[in-house]
Design a protein around this ligand. Structure first.
Ligand code: BGC
Ligand code: BGC
Length: 847
């Protein structure tokens, strides 16, 4: 891939990006609380200061789900018969990574979840029947009363955020940002219903959806999970989605019908953090908090949403998970929310005074269930100990348990029997059924937004079409994050049985009309085409990985611009088709192409794109464009420079094409992932690449190459990787040598560590050393593991889970040597890239 602008790495614009986050986290979270015995006073209930809401200024709603007298009597009976440990168990949700049916039997856990990277029986790619059989295993363990317990059945939550998106073979709907372009609540309800049905096939009862974020800064990597930046548009969808998933607002016995529990997330202002920093802080006023981010709760409550997930983020310096005024005062009391509140993945650990293992503050703030994926044993033991001493009042525990039981009763869980015996269970033909795929395809058609058309589209189906660019025949790429894997990376088309790529859709449409199509990622062709469709845009990402410094498409992804340019020079009309989770500065593509279509993240039904782009043989459209922008499109990488296209813009086949006035093009300096620490032979500004030896040997900072270090013991040269001279090669003659990446403001990688992110190092080893160690360090600690470092024929991307470095002793909150590679003896190797991520080719063992 050619890097057009020389590939400058940038942490410059938001240098503070990571630094700023660390500062926030450090001030908001004392990581080491005093031991239990020393913390005798009850968690504070009297709040004062910034970040305290005044519930009176919020709208009052009415929760429509009636409390059934029989259920209330049942709840009262259970509360009086359950032991304290059983009650605490109900408050805990563990991830499948780290819990067994035996644990559920022993600890009476209220819920399990499957995180983005987990799956039944340790297999993220487990086939559908394994999900159902695991659901049965956990269910039977939960209702086992042989130990004299109450046997409250368990519920299983999953991130079915765009279809039952963790499951191979499921229908993958467009991500929410694309749905926002449709302006069609009725279709949203059908998507919700189809998703619920697919979830029920594999036995889960609960989805962590819909995301009702109202993203205000699209540098936020989770922006695509929100429908729109417009609160009214988001609100117009939320009721429909909740109804599609859960059925009627006052509905009872959900499991008897084709329904699941919904969860609106993330309460509140996940999309309102300053600078769009994931899990960051929002400094907006309470009125903005209410009117922008609070608005979607009007329809959520009106439709009787059963659960609400609280955000990782904070408001005015206070983490939501510990904010009693918002969770209890606003949501439960003022808005009358009658379901239960679940926290996010170890989010309690970020509350001031808390750790991942201990946070009674969250319960006191109003969290009813702790998502404690891998920390559940500690959280359970801690809550139990505090309840036993009376530090946590029984009334709060009973209220939380009652809320959870009430939702379980509404679900009909006590009568439903084992998951495999319920309606729709095991009907695997419903997963990715033709009917569901047709709904998804309709959504794809309706979500496309046409930004430019100089009378090129629709393509006549009889034409000769070249399909070029990146991601043309790549279902994972067109599906984005939260698809089978957490980040949506590391997948192949074979893992999407029944799905249709963009290429599949275009080629079958033109072939059906007597035309022909050629797939050619680099744009070269054998027979001169009448027209070319050039696909380009973002690659999949989810939390953390998606945050950017600016609203520019990463430089590394602009390769297809050159293809557009070349085709244009050859006189071939170009249709640019952009896969993206957000609006980005792409003026060069808008200028180069004759037509420009935003496809967002369409999911498994790529055929919907050809339905609109390819007309009939006479060239007349089969379907028109109806999508319009769900948020403004930027003129430059900085939204402060204003919009190129306003919210609501979108052309159709009736629009008249005016002469195109070229848009300004600017050099994009700081595109790229802030978690890339070494690429294209350089480090981010204010970072250093250093070579260190032993004892008093002077360290050498490597700026240009060739260079020498350690009195000539190490020679540093350039090596090709991705781009010309994109790697640095180190030839070590003998002895100890240590390659460091140093940054002067220590990074706080705590959140990334909790999320199982990896340190990725792409290396080619020409001559293996005697031994090597790889890891990260700070001034006061280091985490290093033995690295076998075998000779390789090409570059290999090795991954070490950050968690492993923490286990090995690194303080991940204070990292100023994020990368250390120490070798012993003669060796010769090249480093191509160092970054954080999930897509390792080889995961190193953490002995
Ligand atoms: C995300 C949630 C998700 C949960 C479970 C969290 O990290 O923020 O949106 O539901 O993980 O996977
Ligand atoms: C899990 C995700 C979760 C994330 C938390 C990942 O390891 O697979 O489900 O959302 O961590 O940040």
């Amino acid at each position: 891939m050619k890097n057009l602008s020389g590939g400058r790495l940038g942490l410059n614009a938001r240098t503070s990006g990571l630094g700023m986050m660390s500062a926030l986290l450090l001030s908001g979270c004392a990581t080491v609380p005093p031991p239990l015995a020393e913390r005798t006073e009850a968690p504070s209930q009297v709040e004062s200061g910034a970040g305290i809401a005044n519930p009176e200024i919020w709208p009052a709603y009415e929760y429509p789900v009636p409390n059934q007298p029989e259920d209330e009597a049942h709840i009262a009976r259970l509360l009086s018969s359950m032991t304290l440990p059983e009650k605490i168990g109900q408050l805990i949700q563990a991830d499948l990574c780290c819990v067994s049916p035996e644990d559920v039997r022993e600890f009476n856990l209220g819920s399990i979840l499957v995180g983005g990277n987990s799956g039944p029986y340790g297999d993220d790619f487990a086939p559908a029947p394994a999900w159902l059989s695991a659901a049965d295993d956990f269910y039977h363990a939960s209702v086992d009363t042989s130990d004299g317990g109450a046997g409250v059945p368990i519920i299983w939550g999953t991130d079915a955020v765009h279809g039952h998106s963790n499951i191979i073979g499921a229908t993958i709907f467009p991500h929410n940002i694309g749905l926002g372009a449709m302006r069609d609540p009725e279709l949203i309800e059908r998507i919700g219903a189809a998703t619920a049905a697919e979830i029920r096939v594999t036995g889960q009862e609960w989805t962590f959806a819909p995301t009702v974020a109202v993203p205000q800064d699209f540098r936020w990597g989770r922006s695509y999970e929100g429908y729109s930046s417009d609160p009214e548009l988001v609100a117009s969808y939320v009721g429909a989605m909740v109804r599609g998933l859960q059925g009627p607002a006052d509905g009872d016995n959900l499991l008897a019908g084709p329904y699941v529990l919904a969860s609106t997330k993330h309460f509140l202002a996940d999309g309102g953090t300053d600078n769009g920093v994931d899990q960051g802080d929002s400094s907006i006023s309470e009125e903005e908090l209410r009117d922008i981010h609070g608005l979607p709760y009007r329809p959520a409550i009106a439709e009787g949403v059963s659960t609400v997930m609280v955000s990782f983020s904070g408001w005015q310096g206070r983490k939501m998970t510990g904010n009693q005024s918002l969770i209890t005062g606003v949501l439960k009391e003022r808005m009358d929310f009658g379901g239960f509140v679940v926290s996010d993945w170890n989010a309690h650990g970020q509350v001031a005074g808390c750790t991942n293992e201990s946070c009674p503050q969250a319960l006191m703030a109003g969290i009813d269930m702790y998502m404690a994926p891998d920390t559940w044993r500690d959280v359970y033991a801690d809550l139990l100990a505090r309840a036993e001493t009376g530090e946590i009042p029984m009334s709060r525990i009973d209220d939380a348990v009652a809320r959870i039981l009430r939702v379980k009763m509404r679900l009909g869980l006590f009568e439903a029997g084992a998951p495999s015996t319920r309606p729709l269970s095991g009907q695997y033909d419903l997963l990715g059924s033709a009917e569901h795929r047709e709904i998804a395809r309709e959504a794809v058609r309706s979500s496309l937004v046409l930004l430019k058309n100089q009378d090129i589209l629709p393509l006549a189906s009889g034409s000769r079409v070249l399909v070029a660019g990146e991601g043309t025949d790549d279902i994972a790429r067109q599906s984005g994050g939260w698809t089978i894997t957490w980040q949506g990376t590391g997948l192949e088309n074979s893992q999407f049985p029944g799905a249709t790529s963009i290429w599949d859709g275009i080629s079958s449409a033109v072939e059906a009309g007597g035309g022909s199509a050629q797939l050619s990622p680099d744009g070269s062709f054998t027979a001169r085409p009448d027209v070319a469709v050039v696909v380009f845009g973002e690659e999949p990402y989810a939390e953390f990985q998606g945050d950017r410094e600016t609203l520019a498409l990463d430089n590394a992804l602009t390769g297809p611009y050159a293809t557009m340019q070349r085709l244009r020079e050859q006189g071939i009309p170009v249709v640019a088709l952009m896969i993206t989770g957000r609006p980005l500065y792409v003026n060069p593509a808008l200028n180069l192409a004759d037509a420009f279509v935003v496809a967002w993240l369409p999911g498994s039904e790529g055929g919907g794109i050809a339905d609109v782009l390819v007309g009939d043989s006479s060239g007349a459209a089969r379907h028109d464009f109806t999508g319009t922008l769900p948020t403004a499109w930027p003129l430059t990488p900085d939204m402060d420079d204003g919009a190129l296209y306003d919210f609501g813009f979108g052309l159709n086949y009736g629009s008249t094409a005016n002469a195109w006035a070229d848009l300004p093009e600017i050099e994009v300096e700081s595109a790229g992932d802030t978690r890339v620490w070494f690429a294209n032979g350089t480090v981010p500004s204010s970072w250093s690449l250093l070579v260190n030896g032993t004892g008093d040997e002077a360290q050498t900072r490597i700026t240009g190459v060739p260079a020498q270090a350690l009195s000539g013991r190490v020679r540093v040269t350039a090596e090709n990787f991705v781009v010309q001279e994109g790697a640095r090669r180190f030839a070590v003659a003998e002895g100890t040598s240590s390659i460091h990446l140093r940054n002067f403001n220590p990074l706080n990688l705590d959140r990334e560590t909790n999320a199982d992110i990896m340190l990725l190092t792409t290396l080619r080893v020409f001559d293996a050393p005697d031994s090597a160690m790889l890891g990260s360090a700070g001034d006061t600690s280091s985490g290093m593991i033995n690295f076998p470092m075998p000779q390789t024929n090409g570059f290999v991307r090795y991954g070490i889970p950050l968690k492993c470095l923490r286990t090995r002793g690194a303080d991940m909150t204070q990292v100023n040597l994020p990368f250390v590679l120490t070798t012993e003896g003669e060796t010769d190797f090249a480093i191509g890239e160092v970054r954080l991520g999930m897509d390792a080719e080889v995961i190193l063992a953490c002995e």
